[in-house]
Design a binder for this molecule. Structure first.
Ligand code: 2HA
Ligand code: ZN
Length: 273
């Protein structure tokens, strides 16, 4: 009983964390209509407790996710608005349970009819990322996807559809970007939303980055917490916003000098780029 109570409190805490970030995404203007989605691996919460609930019929996964065998993922629902997740996270998120082979998932039922909310349309990418994180024993357990205007706008300019060039530009705008997003963003050329192809390209980009920019679509970040993932996107979008402000005022953007960035990296022990 007391275990159940603490698992209940943990789930409530997790929902509050997701709701807070969903609110930020909406306030930022990065979540028009149902744009964006969030997921969190909650397998460290009592399995006994989660298993004691009712689950809907199994849904087949293709591809399968063997590293997520027997794991639980909390994810925002398909078609849900971030402003609604902020107001009522319990109603707009669902918990899915993967089977012992990672071949099927079942949605935790919220009513006897088993007609609960279905997971986000970007589930293939979310599961592929959680599978990769589990396989590599990485500490991140949250995935945040959103549509930040400035970063998306940058991907409509051909010269910035290049990982090296876009990172150099964004690092040069403010010291925070160079320090806190020292690994830069991974760039993924335009691919159809919700596809396995997009999921695979995202996984590849996450080998060396914590943030991925999807050309002409949006941004995705991973973090130990939802707030940490949000911060990465926020810092990058701030750099982009400053860049565009200078451009709109009609100025050429010089950026921080390479020698100054090198000194900053040396002072903070960040490997040179
Ligand atoms: O959840 O943002 O990429 C809606 C989307 C799809
Ligand atoms: Zn999207």
């Amino acid at each position: 009983m007391s275990d159940d109570r603490s698992a209940d409190a943990e789930i409530k805490g997790v929902l509050e964390e997701i709701a807070e970030v969903a609110g930020f995404l909406w306030q930022k203007g990065w979540a028009e209509r149902n744009a964006g989605n969030i997921s969190m691996n909650i397998s460290d919460i009592s399995h006994q407790y989660l298993k004691s609930n009712n689950f809907e019929l199994p849904v087949k996964l293709n591809p399968t996710f063997s590293n997520l065998a027997n794991q639980f993922i909390l994810v925002t629902g398909t078609g849900t608005r971030m402003r609604d997740v902020f107001k009522n996270p319990d109603k707009h998120c669902c918990i899915i349970s993967l089977d012992s082979e990672g071949c099927h998932y079942r949605i935790l039922s919220k009513n006897d009819a088993g007609t609960g909310l279905k997971p986000t349309s970007e589930l293939p990418t979310h599961l592929a990322i959680h599978d990769m994180l589990a396989a590599n024993k990485r500490p991140e357990r949250v995935v945040v996807h959103t549509h930040p205007d400035n970063l998306i706008a940058l991907t409509h300019i051909e010269e910035f559809c290049d990982e090296n060039r876009i990172n150099k530009r964004l690092w040069s705008i403010q010291p925070e970007t160079c320090l806190f997003v020292h690994d830069g963003l991974g760039f993924v050329n335009y691919l159809m939303t919700g596809t396995d192809e997009l999921a695979q390209a995202t996984i590849r980009a996450l080998q060396n980055h914590r943030v991925v920019l999807w050309e002409k679509h949006g941004c995705l970040a991973i973090g130990k917490t939802a707030g940490e993932a949000f911060d990465l996107i926020d810092i990058l979008d701030k750099s982009t916003s400053i860049f565009f402000t200078c451009k709109k005022a009609g100025y050429h953007v010089d950026g921080i000098k390479k020698t100054d960035l090198d000194e900053l990296r040396r002072a903070f022990g960040i490997a040179g780029k």
